[in-house]
Ligand binder design. Structure first.
Ligand code: AMP
Length: 178
């Protein structure tokens, strides 16, 4: 059953981030590959994407990278499958194909853009996937506060608010992948 899971990772392209975030990425991807889950990512050699690529390759995991043509030359060299798209919008669509779980690791505006677009699709029943946001060291507290503010202001129902889960540790996150 678990072998059918396909995990999509949204994560930082920066190399300046707290190493704890990349250590968490390593632990999650290693555990996922050992359970036979497929991995999907932005597939570049940048930041946490490279960390994901290294771990998946070391564990013999199946890692699909999805990149727009204008990132040619940045693709991670040991992807199991490389998918090229014309635009960033198409990239996000392609990344979501067949996924069971969407995992946002700590990241910047690219990660936030991918996460929010995916959240809206789940909310509108255009995508059936569990969204897990790794709130390590409270990184995503401002986003949680914003969503709570939306609920308080009547902009969002608490049911929709609860479509995103915010596990605070790697263990908690892995427990939510079935
Ligand atoms: P960010 O969170 O701003 O570091 O952006 C990283 C996320 O957005 C990744 O999940 C990528 O899919 C996408 N992305 C945005 N900018 C880049 C970039 N320069 N190189 C690779 N991927 C990027």
């Amino acid at each position: 059953m678990g072998g059918k899971n396909r995990l999509l990772f949204f994560c930082s392209a920066s190399k300046e981030i707290d190493p704890k975030f990349n250590q968490a990425a390593q632990m999650i991807v290693r555990a996922a590959c050992l359970r036979g889950y497929e991995i999907v990512s932005g597939g570049t050699v940048k930041g946490t994407m490279k960390v994901i690529g290294d771990v998946a390759a070391a564990c013999g995991g199946y890692h699909i990278g999805v990149l727009p043509h204008f990132m040619k030359g940045l693709e991670y060299p040991a992807l199991s499958k490389t998918c090229w798209t014309d635009t960033m919008a198409e990239r996000k669509e392609k990344m979501r194909e067949g996924v069971t779980h969407v995992i946002a690791l700590p990241g910047g505006i690219g990660t936030l853009d991918e996460l929010i677009e995916t959240y809206v699709l789940v909310k509108l029943h255009q995508l059936e996937a569990r969204i897990l946001v790794l709130d390590l060291n409270g990184f995503y507290q401002p986003l949680k506060d914003l969503l709570d503010h939306y609920v308080a202001a009547g902009m969002m129902t608490s049911e929709d608010r609860n479509l995103i889960r915010f596990p605070q540790t790697v263990e908690e996150l892995m427990e939510q992948i079935d």
